[in-house]
Design a protein around this ligand. Sequence first.
Ligand SMILES: [Zn+2]
Length: 489
Amino acid sequence: MKKIAFLLVAIFCSFAFVGCGSSYNYVENLTSYDMDILYDDTAHTLTINQTTDYVNTSNNTLSCVKFHLYPNAFREGATAKVVSVQNSELAYPNGESYGDIEINSVTISDTNANFEVGGEDENILSVNLETELYPDDRVVINFEYVVTLANINHRLGYGENAVNLCNFYPVACMYEGDDFVCDLYNLNGDPFYSSVADYDVKIVYPNAYTLASTGNQTTENFEQVKETTISADCVRDFGMVLSKNFEQKNKVYDDRVTLNYYFYDDENSAQTLELVEKVMTFFEEKIGEYPYSQISVVKTNFVHGGMEYPNMVLISDDVADYETYELVIIHELLHQWWYGVVGNNQFDYGWIDEGLTEFCTVYFFEKHPEYNRTMSEMISSATQSYKTFARVYESVQGSVDTSMNRPLDEFSTEPEYVYNTYVKGTLMFSTIYDLVGEKKFTNALKYYYSHNLYGIATPSTVIQCFSRGSGKNLEGIFTSFLDGKVVIK
Ligand SMILES: [Zn+2]
């Protein structure tokens, strides 16, 4: 997510590769999700039949499989809030509103399965398996459920201009060590962690709407409704946005990638699409190829600056001005590389994708003088801003925790998360850029990307890849920033 931090306006955002046309081939034998969805725009519900072909990628034998139920974060009485008090009014323009997910049935091989909805906020669905699932084996699980949307300008919910349909389905929890990772929703950052999977989705919706989504669409028009089928391979998540107000512009570049821009009220739409092309081509050169065939930039009602999903980014219609709007687009598009293709545990290590994304945004501006922002100005502004944060926190709280390697629920406030993840992350990568120089820094970006395609990067992966890719041991610099020992002057 882009939480427009410092630079900006202070709101406080080993696989086998086989098959496919991209030079970065997709992973085979992934977990897959087939969904049949009906959207009712009167009741604001999604009625879904989902078949998940789950593969056990752990080294353990499993007796159950767990799934996140993110829509239950929007329930009345949920202990984990989806927005801070400061953002409540913007998120809920029509007052409080709630949504949830109701699981009606879970079956395995046409037989009712034993399942349980648990977790602090009814946020985890556990499906018990009749027969144990060995490593590399698969189980096909069918779910029937209804998602009710809240009237909220968030990742999931309906607003005045659009319906955001993200994090709406039961998605398999990652398995690490000897257990599933079942973190609760958090209003800080992006509380998600998932592996790449294949998706085949069919959605039926009133024909007044236009649909933006992850993946590649085929749409049939009927008298009352549209039916869109979507295929998305080797993607980390799946999201959609529906709107009656969308205008659309698109362009194909390199005979390979379609750039889609869905918007309303953008008098600079041609300029916006031009920016999208500049960002994609620049970072394909500096980081590595974008391995999918479309990317959609979607303007929508959203409480924060923006939010990334595979092949699709949400850009808030509420950002302060067009320059900020452009900045958010650059940031969110960068997440296609940092979060999308190279994944990380966003709950435990938000700095991995956000810090690098934010610094790469600065690097884009440095190399595109037509946008009138230089790296030295932006880094100087970030430094001042971070120092102010540290000074204020120290004087108010008596001390300030400047460590970066913390899970989302260990940041006591939204600013503490934003400054230590986005701003300090930018300063950390900027320090490394200054130390090794541009050429070795981009070598490190390429090395890190190409060695972690479709996988999960951890802090040690980042340190190792940047050290190897730049030819310089960077462990001391990384750890001094991450542990909070470095003094920012
Ligand atoms: Zn972000």
